[in-house]
Ligand binder design. Sequence first.
Ligand code: E4P
Length: 214
Amino acid sequence: MKIFIDTANINEIQMANDWGVIDGVTTNPTLIAKENRDFNEVVREIISIVNGPISLEVISIQSEEMVNEAIKMSELSTNVVIKIPMTPEGLKAVKILNARNIKTNVTLVFSVNQAILAAKAGATYVSPFIGRLDDIGHDGMQIVRDMVTIFNTYNFQTEIIVASIRHPLHVIEAAKAGAHVATIPFNVIEKMFSHPLTDAGLNKFLSDWKKVPK
Ligand code: E4P
């Protein structure tokens, strides 16, 4: 399973990239807004750090405008993937962009049916938002399991990005389900490192080492 980092924060992206654990980046308008910085400047910096897919979201809602936005953003780097909302207009744009070899990530996916339609339209990626489903009392990960089964059965080429991840258990469940990608917030990646036995073990090794005659 590939790991993307779900943030537009340059320090977080730089750190996770230095750790060697990320294969790409996903952003959305909320994550970009949090940075309170010029959009193009942020994107240029992300592109200079990460050598992998970088999802940037359109803000238009009509297909023609989405396509125009997508073409402009895709000129920034061959690594740019265009995030398109899961709407009829969005899928129209996906079809056009697919024909132009521009990669897409269909976002705001909350059902298996939506994922099937996105795959049929030619999406490169589809992003089920599992945390937001859990938030309203659904089992978000179940739609990921069903998508993996269906996509494998029919050999769909669209990759499943498990999005809206809230904690490390979501990452394990995404991997067990056979998702292609998990896009993970920085704080969850940090938590994936932690184990009290690692800390205790390291402290013991370091204190014992001090007793070695040198
Ligand atoms: C990534 O593609 C999504 O935009 C993101 O994971 C949504 O996460 P949230 O539900 O925590 O906002």
